[in-house]
Design a binder for this molecule. Sequence first.
Ligand SMILES: [Fe+2]
Ligand SMILES: [Fe+2]
Length: 242
Amino acid sequence: MKMTKIYSGAYQWIMYGRDENKRSNIIDTNQYLIRTANKCLLLDPGGVELFAPMLAAVLHHAPVDQITDLFASHQDPDIISSLGLWDQALPHAKLHAPALWEGFLRHFGCESIEYVGIPDNGGQIQIENAELQIIPAHYLHSSANFHIYDPKAKILMSGDVGAALEADGSPIYVDNFDAHIEKMRFFHQRWMPSNQAKMNWIQRVRKLDIEIMAPQHGRIFKGDDVKRFLDWFEALQVGTAT
Ligand SMILES: [Fe+2]
Ligand SMILES: [Fe+2]
């Protein structure tokens, strides 16, 4: 599992991904950890097959009792089918996830972890000195879907928005936006169902000061590439299956 520090200030953001032991028939995913002095929030912890390598990787940065909070942007298996195993490893943790999905997500196993349901209008998560905003991203692509914005680090963790499908072991950051477009187009057209939802999200996100946009698949966007992505996504027709 490759570990990349993407922000280091009053606290840290660490990205985990490009697991060299991943089977080729499973989509590659990016997991993120916000590490403050005594606590950690793990964002989109990943699939059940990734639990063991993720736990080992996170333990490089924090002891198990400091992994206090989990966040699931939506209900997909690549996001959170590991829940039943985290539930055994972290019985005192909280899971912040869409309230709408609670009755469904509990099928992955959530006996001990406290399920903190996020209402449709979002909210905040405070992890010590990290004050995070929960940004609604409904129908992008899940019917109840959220992103995490960190105004101090200027990072937007954008879930499946900004995802790219590409070969194993690809670089962490977008280095040529125009070349990257073809790796994103099909994913967004096929998995994002609503142009109206897309426009609502773009309007909301354009008000944020974003230095890094960090999706759950593919590469991270930095600086001007964030704006390039928003412009490209705005013009793209989505929901194209017939
Ligand atoms: Fe998804
Ligand atoms: Fe995904």
